[in-house]
Design a protein around this ligand. Structure first.
Ligand code: HAM
Length: 416
């Protein structure tokens, strides 16, 4: 019979040390900046993403995992990202603003799998809902930069920023850009469609010919209104003040449609083609797109955990990974001693000592080999003799020294 393999584009996490290290470090970091953890469901109504991400984005047009639910009218999907669900949750619960929250979890996009690109991947998602101050954008970028640089010790990355202006600026700029593109010959078919449906997307085109044609395209930051220009300047000044190194990329538009004003990406050349390990920006009208009458200007970012792991795997020696606790391995020489082994393990667990029990009745030699592989600090051997005189043979795996210890004294003996 053929084995069943995992679904294409998904991964099994067999060793979770790095994954949990990132999660724990981020938890501590986020709480320092006064962000609260939230959780939202993995399934949502498809409409949530259609309305917010944009129908002509890759995510909505071809990457959604749809779920057929019992109700034919109600189409559900596996969430492709965390911002729209966070805003939905905000509007449903109406917490006080600014609402500063973060969440961890799997996201799903039907993309062509390659290094750093999966169909199920994990994000750390953080959002600030209900703040219009551009200084909040500087604070968010600082939080992220300090996390990557100070907490995780990553040096090899670049921060790219662009400013898309207000929605009005964007509409005016769209006309200017359209005029430019109308004057070009030789753009690809996809860009010909993008030109009419969502012209900013042309800058995402992978076609080298198109990219060359767009090098002289007018940029958004050259066409900002006076008010937007001031905000853009303020953001840059504040980032300078906080010593955040960044470069301006006037062609950065990001793959989702809800952004205005600030957009940014953290990229690393250690990642290959999928070089962005964090991306985000401001989205001042998302609440209204979801039906809110009140405005809730907001911003946020998401970190791709798998991509961050790819970077960290290359510098494991520099990480302050938590040291594993010493392991105690109880060996039951025969099934007769199993009940006693279980009782003894229970007393060690109660004393918060990491303990495993070998219960399969293997030979002492093979159990010692096993304990060695497990990295045990002590082997705790229980045979007939020990059972009778209420002791245990404690063998230090480093020195080879061994001693008979009274069973009642074992926790304090190991804690010395
Ligand atoms: P995004 O740029 O689509 O933004 O995704 C954020 C990050 O998730 C990317 O930079 C990348 O590291 C990771 N990522 C995306 N797709 C994949 C994939 N197929 N495989 C592995 N990693 C991937 C968002 O999702 C926005 N919701 C971010 C945001 C939050 N904007 C405002 N608030």
């Amino acid at each position: 019979m053929q084995m069943i393999a995992r679904v294409k584009g998904t991964q099994d996490f067999i060793d979770n040390q790095l994954f949990y290290f990132i999660k724990n470090e981020f938890r501590a970091h986020a709480s320092l900046y006064h962000f609260q953890p939230i959780k939202t469901p993995i399934i949502e109504h498809v409409e949530l993403f259609k309305r917010t991400l944009g129908s002509y984005t890759d995510v909505v047009s071809k990457e959604m995992f749809l779920i057929s639910s019992g109700n034919k009218e109600d189409f559900l999907c596996l969430r492709p990202e965390g911002t729209a669900p966070t805003m939905r949750a905000f509007l449903e619960h109406q917490p006080a603003t600014p609402w500063k929250v973060y969440s961890f979890g799997p996201m799903f996009r039907y993309e062509r799998p390659q290094k750093g690109r999966y169909r199920q991947f994990h994000q750390i998602n953080l959002e600030v809902i209900g703040s219009s101050s551009i200084s909040q954008d500087a604070l968010m970028i600082t939080l992220l930069d300090r996390f990557f640089h100070e907490r995780l010790g990553i040096n090899s990355y670049a921060l790219q920023i662009n400013f898309l202006g207000s929605y009005e600026d964007r509409t005016a700029y769209t006309m200017i850009l359209k005029e430019f593109v109308d004057g070009l010959t030789g753009i690809c078919e996809t860009c010909a469609v993008r030109k009419d449906k969502n012209i900013l997307r042309i800058f995402d085109c992978k076609n080298a010919g198109c990219q060359k044609l767009y090098t002289t395209a007018p940029t958004m930051i050259e066409h900002l209104s006076e008010a937007s220009q001031k905000e853009w300047q303020r953001l840059q000044d504040e980032l300078f003040l906080l010593s955040i190194t960044f470069s301006v990329n006037p062609r950065l538009v990001r793959g989702l449609d809800y952004y205005n004003k600030t957009v940014f990406e953290f990229v690393s050349d250690q990642l290959g083609a999928q070089n962005a390990f964090c991306g985000g920006g401001r989205y001042d009208r998302l609440a209204n797109e979801l039906g809110s009458k009140q405005e809730f200007p907001s911003l946020g970012a998401a970190i791709g955990i798998e991509r961050l792991m790819l970077i960290l795997e290359q510098q494991m020696d520099k990480l302050r990974l938590p040291q594993p606790k010493p392991l105690y391995v109880i060996m039951s020489l025969s099934a007769e001693q199993n009940p006693l082994a279980l009782l003894l393990a229970d007393s060690l667990h109660a004393a918060k000592l990491t303990t495993d029990v070998l219960l399969d009745g293997d030979s002492l030699k093979s159990m010692m080999r096993q304990a060695n592989k497990m990295g045990a600090a002590y082997a705790l051997i229980l045979g007939d003799e020990e059972q009778q005189n209420k002791s245990v043979l404690a063998k230090n795996m480093m020195t080879g020294a061994q001693e008979q210890v009274n069973q009642v004294d074992l926790p304090s003996y190991l804690q010395r």
